[in-house]
Design a protein around this ligand. Structure first.
Ligand code: FPP
Length: 274
């Protein structure tokens, strides 16, 4: 992981600390915001340079490292990254293979870095459909980083929000309350880690949710930036958090009560997960 990095000029970036003016209204009980990122634009980044798409993804993985470190330093409580949607299986096999190899390598290589920064890694999505070497790496990384207290990094791989919601609904319709209970207690449960997202950022100028965290984004602030994902860095995370701090969040009310209170106490799926 690059130290104190911003994507554009990593070597010139000043050290990060939580800005004192960052008064973020978070729905999280810990008051550490949940930041979700749709990492888009790897292919265009590569195409503009006459490089193969796989090189865009490789540079994208470097951006992930910068962003994870920057987010942890800036006080983000949960960072959820959309790494591979269930619809991404439609891509050419070579690209899918390259992405899976990248995820596997990342999960193994990042263990010591996550430990250093107190980052706990969790993977959400259909992990049972992934290659065995990838799911083994997931288990290894999750187990090794389980004690991380500073930030939870959630990687969404083979993830579909609609599939997740449909699964939860099926459990209810099938009258399986015990299974639902059991499922809710597990890391991979249908509404897993359904803590509300405070800020959703999508890079590359596209303005879509693409089946990502549809439930958790009910009251998320949305922020779309033109930067292509491989150029994104810690400075962009800071800018996004500043943008969040400028938003007035009312959660359907008039904005007078303390942020998060009513939503937290009435939300049936607030499970205490950061
Ligand atoms: C979307 O951009 C990006 C993806 C489908 C893959 C995301 C993967 C990474 C950021 C790299 C590795 C991640 C980890 C966690 C190690 P696109 O390829 O669709 O870009 P385009 O729209 O410009 O073609």
């Amino acid at each position: 992981m690059l130290p104190e990095a911003s994507a554009r000029k990593p070597e010139d970036s000043p050290p990060f600390s939580l800005p004192s003016n960052l008064a973020i209204q978070s729905t999280s009980r810990t008051k550490s915001p949940h930041l979700a990122l749709i990492m888009d634009g790897n292919g265009r980044w590569a195409a503009r340079r006459g490089l193969p798409r796989s090189e865009g993804h490789r540079q994208g993985a470097k951006a992930v490292r910068r962003v994870v470190e920057g987010a942890a330093r800036l006080g983000v409580g949960t960072l959820t990254l959309y790494a591979f949607s269930s619809d991404n299986w439609r891509r050419p096999q070579a690209e899918v293979e390259a992405l899976m190899a990248l995820f596997r390598r990342f999960l193994i290589q990042e263990i010591p870095i996550c430990l250093r920064h107190g980052v706990q890694v969790r993977v959400i999505g259909h992990r049972h459909r992934l290659r065995e070497d990838v799911s083994d790496a997931i288990e290894r990384c999750e187990a090794a980083t389980a004690g991380g207290q500073r930030m939870t990094l959630r990687l969404a791989v083979d993830y579909s929000s609609r599939a997740q919601l449909a699964k939860a609904a099926r459990l209810v319709v099938d009258g399986c309350p015990e299974e639902m209970e059991r499922a809710l207690g597990r890391v991979n449960h249908p509404l897993e880690c359904a803590s509300p997202v405070d800020l959703l950022v999508r890079t590359s100028g596209e303005k879509r949710l693409s089946d990502f965290l549809l439930w958790e984004c009910a009251y998320a602030e949305l922020h779309f930036v033109d930067t292509l994902w491989p150029d994104f860095g810690a400075a962009d995370v800071e800018e996004a958090l500043l943008e969040l701090s400028r938003r007035q969040r009312r959660f359907g009310g008039l904005g007078e009560q303390p942020a998060g209170t009513p939503a937290d106490s009435r939300d049936p799926i607030r499970t205490g997960v950061r």
